[in-house]
Design a protein around this ligand. Structure first.
Ligand code: NAD
Length: 372
């Protein structure tokens, strides 16, 4: 079985879907690996390092020729993919629905790694977790870099510098890492989420939970541990609580996502205006429509003296580590299903049906068919 690793084509994408470590492991499984020249450049992995690990290095056509599996960080251009091949990558199925149809037309079996079920045995295959973790960390560093003050309290001969107040909105994988990182930098940290289960997690990281208590009957948690869309009553109560809290914050990190829907709006322009000049907001949901009014994808904008940071593709800003983890997620996935006799992965129903978007020329994924 030949595994092709493509160079990413989306502008600003610096990650790569394999590393010399995973190439070696695939070779040990009995696969051959071909890597497109320059694929590792953005992650500081030279072609020679891939070659040393046992891969062949060539142009796109050579790498794709006879490949049975194609690996990518983001979805590869459908043209030229070998008919019948498995394509495993982050395929952004809701955002790039037309490309899913193109994969079907190309006759490939497209596997969306972001649809990996959140079950214990798939944790090591979960690209959303591995990449969100790095995003949460980087968001805090980006905030610190934009902030014209220090994070920790400092007592100096010239006087005392007070600790920054950091508020994290959305306490999933990215939010938890943001809390931990801001705490390590010495900030005073608070956090909120719609899922009540996060309260304990916030406390255990030494941060203060900020929660709507008055509205009854709202759990906030839907299938698979994800957030659901909240009632209007809840949204109003949350907005009021956040308004009073946010005005006292120096840094706000927003990470709130709802799968398959635009990101919820958490901060209005008036709330931005209530913060003191020089404050910083980092909107990690900016590419899904943004949690913050006025945030612009790919830009750092200033509104009412507050900087709103909207970097795109935050994991790519830590391309070496992000690639290492992404590549391991792909390896863990493929190796878990590797059938030695067949010399290729054979997926089971639970995971296969969840992540498979196309098969035999058709779009087959229920989440896409249901949304159509
Ligand atoms: P996510 O990226 O989908 O969303 C980020 C956070 O935003 C979530 O905590 C969500 O509840 C929150 N949010 C949504 N709307 C909000 C609103 N209006 N206001 C405030 N917060 C809001 O989440 P994620 O990081 O992917 O994690 C989702 C869940 O999956 C968590 O329960 C996590 O622990 C769980 N998880 C399980 C596994 C596993 O078992 N394999 C792996 C990773 C994550």
């Amino acid at each position: 079985m030949k595994i092709a690793v493509l160079r990413e084509t989306v502008p600003g994408e610096a990650r790569v879907a394999a590393t010399p470590e995973t190439v070696k492991k695939f070779v040990a499984l009995g696969a051959t690996v071909a890597v497109e020249a320059g694929a590792g450049d953005g992650a500081s992995i030279a072609d020679a390092a891939f070659a040393e690990a046992g891969a062949s290095v060539g142009d796109r056509a050579a790498v794709l020729a006879d490949a049975g599996i194609v690996l990518g960080v983001q979805g590869p251009v459908p043209e030229g993919l070998p008919r019948g091949a498995m394509v495993a990558a982050g395929l952004n199925p809701f955002g790039e629905r037309a490309r899913v149809d193109a994969y079907a037309a190309a006759g490939v079996e497209a596997l969306a790694m972001e649809f990996m079920p959140r079950i214990t045995r798939a944790q090591s295959m979960d690209i959303l977790s591995s990449q969100s973790n790095l995003s949460g960390y980087k968001a805090v560093l980006d905030a610190a870099a934009e902030y014209g003050r220090a994070f920790p309290m400092m007592m100096t001969a010239a006087g005392t510098v007070s600790a920054a107040r950091v508020f994290v909105m959305g306490v999933g994988v990215a939010g938890l890492q943001a809390i931990a990182t801001a705490r390590r930098l010495g900030a005073q940290v608070s956090a909120t989420d719609v899922r009540a289960a996060t309260k304990e997690q916030i406390l255990s990281l030494g941060a203060k939970p900020i929660f709507v208590e008055a509205v009854k009957g709202i759990e906030g948690e839907g299938t698979g541990g994800y957030a659901t869309e909240m009632s209007d009553e809840y949204k109003a109560a949350q907005a009021e609580l956040v308004s009073s809290h946010i005005a006292k914050q120096d840094i706000v990190i927003t990470t709130a996502l709802i799968p398959g829907r635009p990101a919820p709006r958490l901060i209005s322009d008036a709330q931005v205006a209530s913060m003191r000049p020089g404050s910083v907001i980092v909107d990690l949901a900016v590419e899904q429509g943004g949690n913050v009014e006025g945030a612009v994808a790919g830009e750092v904008v200033v509104r009412h003296g507050v900087k709103i940071v909207g970097h795109r593709n935050v994991p790519s800003r830590l391309a070496a580590d992000a690639s290492a983890l992404f590549a391991r997620n792909l390896f863990n996935f493929l190796s878990a299903f590797w059938d030695k006799e067949a010399g290729r992965p054979v997926l089971d129903e639970e995971i296969g049906d969840a992540i498979r978007l196309t098969k035999d020329g058709q779009v087959v994924n229920p989440r896409l068919l249901g949304a159509a």
